[in-house]
Design a protein. Structure first.
Length: 317
């Protein structure tokens, strides 16, 4: 029987999807690729294969899960299987350098960025940001991990010489212009089936770790049903959001065979939009969705169900 196969390395991020698939009575199988094998002489089963592999897998002790996933996706694509967020998407997921170059290709403005390897070259690159605020981030990362804000080269040098410096898993540190939002928030646009679903406003006043998944949400900012909080929600749906940038995003997604993603941007004080992240393993915040009446994982499950129906129809011919 054809199924939906969900490829991932973090069960906390698949729980909600599995519940939605069950609600819709869609057959699925869990392919957790923390470790495993792939027999290149074998033939994969029929079905739809949805990759949710994350660039931040190494932060959970799953250092080589993306590499194993790359092998599996290549095997599936070799046999002509329907793969949602396939090999090209994984390449983009684990490299912000590739993301920025692709964004610029479609006329989407990104912050000025320099990639550097090694502390000496990180400092050398930082000197080109003199008298400007700048941030560092990892080329292969997730949830905003490794992001640091600096107001001087001297402050960066102290960080590099201290115990808190984090060596990127691929060795590449990015230095980037700091784009200041006058209201301390970013916007994340969610896409399912390559089409815009909704935009969410994310409060950044308390830092850069921006994963919207409930598993990542800081306890005192997440209000369970039935409780009240005096603090504004960290994640809020932007009702009626409509901007020309959406069309450019959809063009980029189509050209790169990205079916499901979240794309993040920030607006400066002059209203200029800078896009800085394509998250192809996008997650959704249940509190924001409940308040907004729109549900990302339900939309994903419905989309996967439609793709599975196409496969079943072909197999039955």
């Amino acid at each position: 029987m054809s199924k939906i196969y969900v490829i991932h390395e973090n069960s906390e991020w698949t729980e909600h999807l599995f519940k939605r698939l069950e609600e819709l009575n869609l057959p699925y199988e869990d392919w957790n690729l923390v470790h495993g094998t792939v027999d290149l002489t074998s033939v994969p089963p029929e079905g739809v294969f949805y990759s949710r592999m994350s660039a931040s897998s190494h932060t959970r002790g799953h250092r080589f899960a993306p590499e194993l996933t790359s092998a599996v996706l290549s095997w599936l694509e070799h046999h002509g299987r329907v793969v949602i967020n396939g090999s090209r998407v994984l390449q983009l997921e684990i490299s912000k350098v590739l993301q920025y170059l692709e964004l610029e290709k479609f006329g989407i403005k990104t912050p000025r960025t320099i990639a550097a390897v090694g502390k000496a070259d990180i400092l050398k690159a930082a000197k080109t940001f003199e008298r400007k605020k700048f941030i560092t981030k990892h080329n292969r990362a997730g949830k905003g991990l490794g992001v640091q804000l600096f107001t001087s080269v001297e402050a960066l040098e102290q960080y590099l010489d201290g115990d808190s410096f984090e060596e990127p898993v691929d060795g590449i540190t990015l230095l980037q212009d700091y784009i200041e939002s006058p209201d301390s928030f970013i916007t994340r646009c969610e896409f399912v089936g390559g089409k815009f679903l909704y935009a969410v406003r994310v409060d950044t006043s308390e830092g850069f770790e921006l994963c919207p998944a409930d598993a990542c949400t800081i306890d005192d900012l997440f209000c369970p049903v039935g409780e009240e909080s005096s603090q504004p929600a960290k994640f809020q749906i932007r009702e009626g959001f409509n901007h020309p940038i959406i069309e450019k995003y959809e063009q980029l997604l189509a050209a790169n065979h990205i079916h499901i993603a979240g794309i993040e941007f920030i607006e400066d004080k002059d209203g200029n939009i800078f896009t800085y992240d394509i998250n192809t393993n996008t997650n959704y915040n249940s509190e924001a969705e409940a308040n907004g009446g729109v549900y990302g994982m339900l939309a994903v499950a419905e989309y996967l169900g439609k793709e599975l129906a196409k496969v079943v129809e072909l197999v039955d011919l």
